[in-house]
Design a protein around this ligand. Structure first.
Ligand code: NAG
Ligand code: NAG
Ligand code: NAG
Ligand code: NAG
Length: 461
């Protein structure tokens, strides 16, 4: 199977080998050293960013009037758009430009945001966490069309640690030097919105648990000076976490992990992202491969309770023409399985619930399996659903990860068929609801993804 490489990766590889100073990390803390255990002072501080989930009271577009039903509809709409985009990109119908989109910025508030600061003095940034793209970019002044963003725009001329990336090797499309020899970028998204600007370097600043800060110097990122989007942005930029050389994950230690606790609780505040050496790589792991900037893992089967469904593992494989396969994604809430697999799972769930619950049909989503009832009250005894991966790694889902409360008295299965996107539907996608109660660790050097079932609060204390 052949996947075309994206030209920018190669160009930036050259940029890295010739122009970049080494990354260094330093930390400062407001806590006196005397009160800190000595073992901690010898280690670099963890680079931790809180993750703010859609629907959280901390989200810039938190809407107290949003009903359970509104929330579900937005999740489904956003997830289907993300799935359609991923399928289009895999099948190459978005053209040869490798940057033809990841998350469409016009979609409203359904993705998880990281909070970290940039520059000296540090300016907080709310960034879409995207495992399906590479570049970190933030909106910068001066900016055309950067209205209605959260917080204050980053002004590189006011940061004492900022310097531009000048790169005479960048001369083809997607990355070129302008007259002042700055390296420019222009990322166009599926809905024709775009972010364009110049590459530069600055310091990233993370909060630490003891109310101090930890810094990473000389991080390369895109400073966006010209935007086009179709609705108000509720973010400052995008944090790409794929494995390309220009991604932040590659720049900082080649490791990262995120922990997603509870996406339904608007007050839950323990979701977090850890970058670099301090990332949590624990539990069983499975090998990943990257194609078209997405993380693919080898799924092998599904169990409900002790019962393993009769699924031919080849249904999860990537086909000769690049379709199929199973992607783990940070930009999608729902999970989608290829139609034949979804059908088997759906049938099994109907067998378990059909006798006790009354089914409901939700408008516009005939594929969504829904019943009258409340997850927390009615599904306590529902068996655990397990997705099995190569290498003994499992993702287990209790009823709160496998179902979604879609109205106060209606719950639905949070797993749909890949055809739900309205396209051919040949790829499977593991979304964030399925990843709840897990710490997911990415080791980019050895190409492993770790799954550890854990209470995210334990990683903070
Ligand atoms: C929520 O509803 C109240 C009362 O109808 C209204 O005043 C307020 O603007 C609404 N808030 C949002 C964010 O829509
Ligand atoms: C992001 O972090 C900054 C710095 O710690 C903090 O002041 C700000 O309130 C945070 N923003 C949100 C939305 O949590
Ligand atoms: C970036 O690309 C879009 C088209 O995809 C174009 O409309 C826009 O003018 C470009 N911006 C710059 C600064 O080149
Ligand atoms: C890819 O190949 C599979 C069979 O291996 C086929 O069913 C599918 O239609 C093909 N898809 C495309 C987009 O060519």
């Amino acid at each position: 199977m052949a996947f075309a490489y994206e030209p920018l990766h190669l160009l930036l590889l050259l940029a890295f080998s010739t122009h970049l100073p080494p990354i260094s990390t330093t930390s400062t803390s407001t806590t006196p050293l005397a009160s800190t255990p000595t073992t901690l002072t010898t280690k670099p501080q963890r680079l931790v960013s809180k993750l703010i989930h859609p629907g959280s009271v901390h989200h810039p577009h938190y809407n107290p009037n949003e009903t359970t039903r509104d929330r579900m509809e937005l999740h489904i709409q956003h997830s289907a758009a993300r799935l359609a985009y991923i399928q289009a990109r895999i099948e190459g119908s978005l053209g040869s430009n490798g940057y033809k989109s990841n998350i469409s910025p016009s979609l409203n508030g359904r993705t998880i945001l990281a909070n970290l600061s940039i520059g000296q003095p540090p300016i907080p940034q709310l960034l879409i966490v995207d495992t399906g793209s590479d570049i970190l970019w933030v909106m910068c002044t001066p900016c055309s069309n950067c209205d209605h963003h959260p917080g204050v725009l980053f002004d590189p001329s006011k940061s004492s640690t900022y310097y531009p990336l000048c790169n005479r090797l960048c001369s083809s499309k997607g990355c070129k030097c302008d007259l002042s020899d700055q390296s420019t970028y222009n990322i166009t998204y599926a809905d024709n919105s775009f972010s364009s600007g110049t590459f530069g370097h600055d310091m990233l600043v993370f909060d630490t648990i003891d109310e101090g800060t930890t810094q990473v110097s000389n991080v390369m990122f895109g400073c966006g000076h010209n935007m086009r989007y179709n609705s108000d942005p509720w973010y400052n930029g995008i944090l790409g976490l794929n494995n390309g050389l220009e991604s932040l994950a590659s720049q900082i230690g080649q490791k990262f992990s995120y922990c997603i606790g509870n996406l339904a609780d608007k007050n839950y505040n323990y979701n977090q992202l850890i970058l670099g050496e301090g990332a949590d790589l624990e539990g069983y792991f499975t090998h990943f491969e990257v194609h078209k900037d997405f993380y693919y893992i080898n799924m092998e089967g599904i169990s409900i309770g002790e019962k393993r469904l009769d699924i031919d593992p080849s249904m999860f494989e990537i086909k000769e023409n690049g379709t199929g396969g199973v992607i783990i994604d940070s930009g999608c809430t729902m999970t989608y399985l290829v139609n034949d697999v979804h059908e088997l799972l759906d049938k099994e769930v109907r067998n378990l619930l059909g006798g006790s619950f009354r089914q409901v049909q939700v408008e516009n989503t005939p594929w969504l399996l829904c019943y009258y009832g409340t997850i927390s009250r009615d599904l306590l005894g529902f068996p655990v659903i397990t997705f099995h991966f190569a290498g003994e790694a499992d993702l287990t889902m209790d009823s709160t990860s496998f179902f979604h409360q879609s109205e106060d008295n209606v719950f639905c299965m949070a797993v749909g068929p890949s055809s739900a996107s309205g396209t051919g539907g040949e790829v499977s996608l593991l979304g964030l609801l399925a990843q709840q109660s897990y710490n997911v660790g990415y080791d980019l050097v050895n190409q492993f993804i770790y799954f550890q079932r854990i209470d995210c609060q334990l990683l903070i204390d």
